[in-house]
Design a binder for this molecule. Sequence first.
Ligand code: UT7
Length: 324
Amino acid sequence: MVLRSQVLGCGGYLPERIVTNAELAKRIDSTDEWIVQRTGIRERRVAADGELTSDLAVAACREALIRAGIGAAEVDLLVVATSTPDETFPATAARVQAAIGMTGGAAFDVQAVCSGFVYALAVADNFLRVGQAKTAIVVGAETYSRILDWTDRGTCVLFGDGAGAVVLRAIEGQGTIEDRGVLSTHLFADGRYHDLLYVNGGPSSTGTAGVVRMEGREVFRHAVVKLAQAVDAAIAANGISSSDIDWLVPHQANLRIIESMGHRLGLPAEKVVVTVDRHANTSSASIPLALAEATADGRIKPGHLVLLEAMGGGFTWGSALVRW
Ligand code: UT7
């Protein structure tokens, strides 16, 4: 018998305020048409004044716990993926832990920018598979609106705020491809690409939070190649073919990247979960938000084979294959 991390439930939270492309186009030299054509984004959510990353995370966790049908007291591991923490320290996870009423176990943040959820999922999965924890919540939560240069049209139109959470439990099984749970995770990083996507501040450099700087075209070029590498690794490690995949749930950075990955896998558009049109790029929150949506509306069902992939600053990238 082997332990595997089964998904018990997902939750998501989006701030109330919707900012449309038209609203942005009043402030910067851009148009709704350009943004939709180049990115697929139509609108994004922006957190209210005083609404913090931890607030978004807590709302997502609460919904995930309800859908999982368990209480916070049963959770002994909380991993929050974020690159927009409330404070330099302690970890945003500590605030979330207190707010949801989880008093035991471990709570910490993982920082891998847009790949953060896949990284955090891999960390939690490893804790559960070796028996160091039994029930985990993995959260992706971001308030990118706070680290955008709202005068830079090349970046400010791309991002949004939000949070998503997934509850996992270690359950014994035969360890076959049919058994439910996380089947594999593959993580990659190459810090030589720092300058293509970074935030120009931080506690040890400028003492301020800084704003996002990105060479969009270059990041796009690398994303397509690196995501293909991550996806191929998942397929090879599990001995499956792409036609076995029921759902592709990609990081939501750009509809053109999402479509190119779907196309490469030979998946019809109906098998690819897309939220980028309404959420924009919510960094580490984009995958769990998409999972929360596609499980709540009944698209993703128990037994389905779900492939996750993401790429972001660092560079970091990775994939996870989950039997739902
Ligand atoms: O989540 C982490 C990973 N991030 C990504 O995967 C993002 C990857 N990159 C992208 O999604 C795309 O590269 C962008 C959406 C950022 C840009 O699209 P693009 O097709 O690569 O455009 P570009 O950067 O090559 O720019 C084309 C033109 C430029 O004008 P010139 O130099 O041709 O005159 C830009 O200045 O579009 C201009 N431009 C804009 N025009 C109107 C850039 N941003 C805007 C804008 N509105 N918001």
